[in-house]
Design a protein around this ligand. Structure first.
Ligand SMILES: *Cc1c(COP(=O)(O)O)cnc(C)c1O
Length: 386
């Protein structure tokens, strides 16, 4: 089964480009809101780094989600898209002074702090401005996620967060500082996680930590569990909306939230992944020694996930229902890693056919580069093509 695309509209456009199906996006956000609401006091912040396309951001903002930012540039993009500062959180292991100042000036909701030196700088910069900064500590829970090694973040060996051994000391230091207000704990264990057991492990760890901190009579108002829910790259048509029901139910069942607490989530990939496709034209079909190559006008400069993470994206020939043939689907970049898939079965391909690389809405357009002096791909919403 293939996705549905307005390919008559595509013929006027320069390829490659990203196409965002806004119906899938809206349906996904509606599901998130519906399933999250069952948990009571919940705030969902979309992780802007997954996709900062202005049109995509604006739809997410319209539906009332907050924004999780990991740079000053992302804070600017979120503010520009109309996200209220009171719904912006700022994470990142290396926040520059100007980025912290930007967050302070905008009065964002919270800084998710990843080290003591960073805490000291936030306190100092806030003092200069006569402000109080809300801070949560990103704790490294030493919980492994069953995902690709490059996208685990919650192990002791990863650079992220503050280790559990240091946690009590760091909270004590924050409580002494006059320009920061300790408001909560933050976690994020990795990405493309489909085994709910990983989130159960995180919940168990948070429960332990909460007991330990409460025993010292320190109040925690906010628990932020980050993002990480995976999507079905194999079957984008069968499962266009990720399994948010199981995801939120896992937290409802396993996390012992206190009545006064707000639970925060930061999904990125799960919100935008399935609504986006990279649309490309076939430039050439080349017969190699013992295989056929379909050479696209899109390359890893447009979608780097296969080259960077050995990621799989389903590939569809949108222009033909001809007999299936097997191809290595490759881009034009002068690097051997510029391969989207090997031994891929496609409806017989000819020059000029449109090909879709599916499930490319997250970490696609936003990671594009201009290597080889290529132009960055544009992104179009399906709304614009009616
Ligand atoms: C990347 C990131 C997310 C989003 O991760 P997804 O796997 O896309 O859901 C959430 N929180 C933080 C702190 C992140 O760095």
């Amino acid at each position: 089964m293939k996705g549905t695309f307005p390919i008559d509209k595509f013929s006027e456009l320069r390829t490659p480009f990203y196409y965002y199906d806004t119906e899938v996006l809206r349906q996904t956000i509606a599901t998130v809101r519906q399933e999250a609401a069952r948990l009571g006091n919940v705030a969902v912040h979309y992780a802007v780094k997954a996709n900062a396309n202005a049109g995509v951001l604006s739809i997410i903002r319209e539906h009332g989600l907050g924004a999780d930012c990991v740079s000053g540039g992302e804070i600017r993009a979120a503010l520009k898209a109309g996200f209220p500062a009171s719904k912006i959180v700022f994470a990142g292991v290396g926040k520059a002074d100007w980025e912290i100042e930007l967050g302070l000036d905008a009065d964002i909701f919270c800084f998710n702090v990843e080290s003591v030196p960073e805490l000291e700088v936030i306190n100092e910069l806030a003092a200069r401005k006569g402000k109080m900064a809300n801070v949560a500590f990103r704790i490294n829970p030493d919980v492994g996620a069953h995902t690709h090694a490059n996208i685990t973040t919650g192990l002791a060996e990863n650079k992220f967060g503050i280790s559990m051994n240091d946690m009590d000391d760091v909270i004590d230091q924050a409580l002494q500082m006059p320009h920061v207000r300790f408001v909560g704990l933050h976690f994020h264990i990795g990405s493309q996680i489909v085994d709910m057991g990983d989130f159960v492990a995180l919940c168990n760890r948070i429960n332990e930590l909460q007991d330990r901190i409460e025993a010292r009579h320190i109040r925690i108002e906010h628990i932020n569990v980050g993002g990480g829910l995976g999507i079905d790259y194999d079957h984008p048509n069968r499962q266009p909306v990720p399994d948010f029901k199981s995801y939120f139910a896992t937290y409802a069942k396993n996390l012992r939230l206190r009545p006064h607490q707000t639970l925060h989530f930061e999904p990125g990939r799960a919100i935008v992944g399935q609504c986006g496709s990279l649309i490309s034209r076939v430039l050439y079909v080349k017969q190699g020694t013992n295989k056929k190559f379909a050479i696209l006008d899109a390359g890893f400069t447009d979608l780097i996930r296969p080259a960077l993470y050995q990621a799989y994206h389903k590939i569809e020939n949108l222009s033909s229902d001809g007999a299936m043939e097997t191809y290595d689907v490759v881009g034009p970049i002068c690097e051997s890693s510029d391969v989207f898939g090997k031994a891929i079965d496609l409806n017989s391909v000819r020059r000029g056919h449109f090909v879709a690389l599916r499930s490319a809405g997250a970490y696609g357009e936003i990671m594009a580069s201009s290597y080889n002096c290529r132009e960055l791909p544009k992104g179009y919403l399906s709304d614009e093509m009616r």
